[in-house]
Design a protein. Structure first.
Length: 348
């Protein structure tokens, strides 16, 4: 159990500040006006000395932040470190962070399934922030948006089974993947033969294509991304008997993941009950009016903070079933915003 007292105005460090999520951390800290007394931005030696624009939050004024090279002494005067520097760096720096009395909120997969590390989505299991030992894990982006929508439904009736197919944006693989989508799309439209397109970020071309593989394949034929959704959902929802079947697909969208979700409950749940619960849930916005063609779409929801739900309907293939579609910005709610919301849970 963590015994260090958290000040009301903590000193913050962003590790991996020059990456896509690191830069988003800075935007979110400003947007929520996080009550920081100081802000330090850290990255590799290659980025040290560069400057990042910042709009200000708490006691930290707007201006340019100078990037410092991250090392084991970087956290000596820090209370909360927001990490998005990769699993290897997180593992390397864990002891230095916690030894300094700093709490690591880690966006990588390094510690998510460790028994002594809580895996938190604040709308779902905020109580788990009370038992950390210096490290809190931020879940996988596709898991976060799904459980935000599942929690209010689970509160009506325990969920027996979830079947989910994800439609994941290129930016989920990083800035280079977004560039590859731009470049391939331009080259394809200019007439470049498909076999001559440069493929580096993905297993196949992403322009005008869907790739049913995210992360590596496991022995059972699933991918690691699919395994993450299964294992993380059980841990976050505190239900090892909850069955999850996931198929994760990369699609030629720049930003925001979509998910088609079928839920089987242990008891009866009507569409009207589900709609009312979702409309009242924190972090959920229902966009669902077939008459006006209103439903969530990645192309219009970039840079938003909520999980959007639509296409809500009964699933008649099981006794107690509901189907719906959800969309969220995986860099905001799926990464940076969720981590900052965890940090807010730690404040006195």
């Amino acid at each position: 159990m963590w015994t260090h007292e958290m000040p009301a105005h903590p000193r913050i460090a962003v590790a991996g500040a020059t990456g896509a999520v690191g830069r988003e951390f800075l935007k979110v800290l400003h947007d929520v006006d996080f009550p920081a007394s100081d802000l330090r931005v850290l990255a590799s030696a290659r980025s040290a000395g560069s400057k990042l624009p910042f709009e200000g939050c708490g006691d930290v004024p707007a201006g340019e932040l100078i990037v410092e090279e991250m090392n084991e002494r970087s956290f000596d005067d820090v209370d909360i470190a927001l990490f998005s520097a990769g699993a290897g760096v997180s593992r390397q720096m864990r002891d230095a962070v916690t030894r300094a009395g700093c709490v690591m909120i880690d966006n990588s997969s390094a510690f998510r399934m460790d028994e002594d590390v809580p895996l938190i989505v604040p709308e779902v299991n905020p109580e788990d922030a009370s038992w950390h030992s210096g490290v809190i894990a931020n879940p996988n982006c596709s898991t976060i948006q799904m459980v935000v929508a599942l929690k209010p439904l689970y509160d009506i009736s325990p969920i027996k089974r979830v079947v989910v197919a994800t439609y994941q944006a290129a930016s989920g693989a990083g800035a280079k993947a977004m560039d590859e989508l731009y470049d391939q799309t331009r080259e394809f439209l200019e007439g470049t033969p498909s076999e001559e397109l440069s493929v580096e970020a993905f297993q196949h071309r992403i322009a005008f294509n869907c790739i049913p593989q995210i992360d590596i394949f496991l022995e059972d034929g699933s991918t690691k991304e699919e395994w993450k959704m299964v294992a993380e959902t059980k841990k976050i929802m505190h239900d090892d008997e909850l069955d999850v079947a996931a198929t994760c697909v990369r699609v030629p969208v720049l930003r925001c993941h979509g998910e088609a979700i079928n839920v089987e409950f242990r008891g009866p749940v009507s569409v009207e009950e589900a709609r009312s619960a979702l409309e009242a849930a924190p972090g959920v916005i229902v966009l669902d009016d077939p008459k006006t063609f209103s439903y969530p779409m990645p192309g219009i929801l970039a840079n938003t903070n909520d999980t959007y739900v639509g296409r809500l309907r009964k699933d008649d293939t099981v006794e107690h079933g509901i189907a719906f579609w959800d969309v969220a910005d995986q860099i905001r709610k799926g990464a940076a915003l969720n981590a900052v919301q965890i940090a807010l849970l730690l404040l006195p």
